[in-house]
Design a protein around this ligand. Sequence first.
Ligand code: ARG
Length: 591
Amino acid sequence: MERIASKMSLVEILKERLRAGCAACGIGEEELEKVGVTQAADLRFGDYQSNAAMVLAKAVKQNPRSLAEAVAEVTEVSDLAEVEIAGPGFLNFRIRTEAFAGCLGDLLEDGRLGVERVRTPHRIVIDFSAPNVAKPMHVGHLRSTFIGDALARIGRFLGHEVITDNHIGDWGTQFGMVIWAWKRELDRSALEDDSLNELLRLYRTANGRCAEDESVKEECRQELVALQQGDENNLAIWKECVGLSREGLQLIYDHLEVSFDHWLGESSYNKRLPGVVEDLIETGLARESDGAVCVFSDNSADPGKDPFKIQKEGRWEDKPMIVRKSDGGFNYATTDIATVDYRVEELQADCAWYVVDHRQGDHFKQLFAVAARRGREIQLEHISFGTILGKDGKPLKTRAGDLPLLSDLLDDAIQAARESSEGRSRVEDEGEREALAELIGISAVKFMELSHHRGSDYIFDLEKMVSMEGDTAPYLQYSYVRCRSIFGKLGEEVALDGEGLELSDEKEIHLARMLTRFGETVPVVLDGFRPNLLASYLLELARAYHSFFQSCPILKSEGAVRKTRLVLCELTARVLRRGLDLLGIAVPERM
Ligand code: ARG
């Protein structure tokens, strides 16, 4: 049964008690806000620590060390932890073994495994994945897809109202080219077999011809203009392209187990665009410049921080945001401004998170500034990410020099998983083995992504990803399978509860400590949007499990020891399963 709220995490309880202790030492209400408790960086000094005495000493005109002593004296934590004062006035807390055992009992009864819901839930639109129709869905979209999906899962679990939106590029200049090639080169049967590939081929053909021949370029432009003016034939082709693309993309998402509440592509906002530009002109944000309509700086910010300024040869120049091109067409920026309106007015969102490549940073800075200047009440975040590199340390490319297609990468990963399990897997059934290779291959790519800080570049190394020995998805999945297999070997049903649990071995205690930290880890992921914190936590938990497993026999033990060890296995399995699920990764029951 899922409880409404989990019991408070150790860190929260300590903070509450410490605040009471500080209050008893004469610290005022306002100052108490500054009292914090964190996980200790080094377990030799305890489990948690606080620098409260150092932060508050000034306010009460005491020296930090004697304040720490006074606070330690009156803070009531003896049921939970021992307190020590260190250095200039740090308060270190070492959690009592019995307290950890008590936490295990609580966790067993808590479907949320210690993760509390947020106090103020937000309505958050997460804009992620967003590939472009007829253009390849490439590795950049892979990062966006996995990060966005993980944040959506975590946000929801924490109690936010999350709306996922795939803002696909279904109205760009590429359609001029696709329509041009469609009319001349379309291979119907190829389109039926693999629509994404055929559309991509059309796009590439036209793109190649444009580069060679100015007149083709002009013809493509004409096709685009005709489309934008509502030419029936072109609209019909466009509609078919978008429909087919969506079907093809859906297959990929099904494979990845990623889903969206909406697919409000760029074209959904077409009707709003003229009004948006008029409004920008009327409110004085935008004006004409060389035939185009642009938003300029309002000169309110320091030019170094102004997204509408750029430094050239030591001087600041305007870098306007174009919202209507000189040919009358609207663009990516106009659409994004209209999208913000829609998200505020129709979706009633109070936050929108854009999970998009770091190279679009300047665009989002301008977009967010425009939204603020128009008084849109929504908190906007650009959640950017770096580049995936090949083994040569350069951006990942195919041999032909193109950006690798997402579908090819996934196929390669599944193949690598197949090879790595060969001769090792305990699963005999052919069909189950194949399903497992698929699960592991895809999980491996997801986990490789999510275990890196999103801002950093990383090397796409298939062998490493599918290895069972590294910081990988298969390692965690295997850890899960191992926890579960104990129960298979028991040969009897055991009822696990929190009565009479006893921790004695260091490895047991450490595993219990790690389990209690799940509830402290998940909420922190949303500070700075770092799924990698959860990924590292899960790896650390699995390592704690393996060393426990190696030194603490389970089936051969008896009584309270045996029961406690089984509880540790059970909880480790639950936390691994839930934690991986929050990253969008499923666990197999056998491997
Ligand atoms: N389609 C864009 C691209 O592939 C990403 C769109 C991101 N979302 C947005 N609202 N601009 O680069």
